[in-house]
Design a protein around this ligand. Structure first.
Ligand SMILES: C[S@@+](CC[C@H](N)C(=O)[O-])C[C@H]1O[C@@H](n2cnc3c(N)ncnc32)[C@H](O)[C@@H]1O
Length: 391
């Protein structure tokens, strides 16, 4: 299953490498869309279909589009559906300093660890952050527990929260720190950044350790490409700049699990860009929001324009300037949103491919592996659990 699904994911990514590599940013049709004859079907999607495609781009394109687009997206959808979960947590665990969505992740991971790894002598949490998972697992498994993180402030906070009888927290680069491993332990990682996820896999192989990991932040790798790990992937590589695609969330949710209007936020950012450019400001891609905290984008264009103009020592934008910029952004965004859909669908395929590749690498080294979606994207869009038992 893992081998076959990895093969299908890599086939889809290879056939659409140009789609993965280039992000639509203006109203003109991308070369890859014109070359395949997809541009008109994409532009013809009505607003209702576009709204649905925000959460299910592969599903909508599989039904609506050009035959070869429909075929490719149908394949993507079948794969994505196999790795989808709508599971929510019961919310029983209550720690006031841990956010609700993190508590839900902990609850489900603790249950998964109890089911699969209740016999391990100890575990090591890679990229432990504030140690929420480390504490929760120690409580559940009652074995020796170590958390490693390379951010000093996180280690200090983790020690404070843990108190005297908690896990041991170590300040170190976990990707090179293997002195702590004796073999046979469980290596855990909840959203370990890109390269750290690969390091967990390699350490588990070297030390015949078990793995429980939910991967994340695939773009955080050194160098300009990520070369896949398994023999089955045969040196398949993805440019670093395209890896962020695997970290996209078709739909996102705020801390309390409410859906965020991403389309509106993107439109507002684009309008901000046009308003600044109309004043003669020259901007690198993505630079329009300099001076604006990411969370402020939800307050709307007036608010972010006030901050972004002030950060550049410009006089405030007038209502007319903002209205012109909004009208232009509405026109351009309508095309960009449609042209972005195939790439969004392939983003989840890329994420699945990376996680399956890690699993396949472990299987090739003799581990017994399982990849399963653990929770709803409402809890976190990075929800693919990789479990591996050393044999
Ligand atoms: C997204 S956070 C997840 C934190 C924690 N596992 C959780 O779920 O709350 C990733 C953490 O990994 C840490 N990290 C990333 N690469 C690391 C490395 N090579 N060695 C140690 N820590 C690392 C970061 O400092 C950060 O605390």
């Amino acid at each position: 299953m893992i081998h076959d699904d990895l093969g299908e994911a890599l086939a889809l990514l290879s056939e659409h490498a140009d789609v993965v590599a280039s992000r639509p940013s203006d109203a003109s049709a991308p070369t890859w869309a014109v070359r395949r004859g997809w541009d008109e079907s994409l532009l013809a999607l009505d607003d209702d279909a576009l709204a649905l495609a925000e959460t299910d781009p592969a599903g909508v394109l599989a039904r609506h589009a050009h035959p070869s687009l429909s075929d490719a997206m149908g394949r993507a959808q079948r794969l994505i559906t196999r790795y989808a979960s709508q599971r929510m947590a019961s919310g029983a665990r209550d720690e006031p300093h841990v956010k609700a969505r993190k508590r839900a992740q902990l609850e489900i991971l603790v249950e998964a660890a109890r089911e699969r790894f209740d016999d391990v002598p100890r575990f090591v949490d890679y990229g432990a952050g504030h140690g929420h998972l480390t504490r929760a697992l120690l409580h559940a498994l009652e074995v020796e527990a170590i958390g490693i993180d390379w951010t000093a402030e996180s280690v200090t906070r983790a020690r404070e929260l843990a108190g005297d009888r908690g896990p041991t927290f170590v300040h170190a680069d976990a990707s090179t720190e293997s002195r702590l491993l004796r073999g046979g332990e469980l290596l855990v990682g909840l959203h370990p950044c890109g390269a750290l996820g690969d390091a967990i896999v390699e350490h588990a192989i070297t030390h015949r350790a078990h793995v429980m990991m939910v991967s994340c932040c695939f773009q955080k790798v050194p160098g300009d490409t990520r070369v896949f790990l398994s023999k089955a992937a045969k040196g398949f590589a993805v440019p670093q700049h395209a890896l962020g695609l695997a970290n996209l969330a078709p739909e996102s949710f705020d801390g309390s699990g409410d859906a965020v209007d991403k389309r509106r936020r993107r439109r507002d950012r684009m309008a901000l860009r046009f308003a600044l450019e109309a004043r003669g400001v020259v901007l690198e891609p993505g630079a329009e929001a300099r001076g604006v905290n990411k969370d402020r984008v939800r307050h709307g264009l007036d608010d972010i324009a006030t901050l972004a103009f002030a950060a550049r020592r410009l006089s405030p934008a007038s209502p007319e300037e903002l209205a012109d910029a909004t009208a232009k952004a509405d026109r351009v965004h309508a095309s960009v949103a449609r042209f972005s859909l195939p790439r969004s669908a392939l983003g989840r395929v890329l994420e699945i491919a990376i996680v399956l590749d890690r699993a396949q690498r472990l299987e090739e080294a003799g581990h017994q592996v399982e990849v399963t979606p653990l929770f709803s994207p409402r809890i976190s869009p990075r929800n693919l659990g990789l479990f591996a038992r050393a044999r």
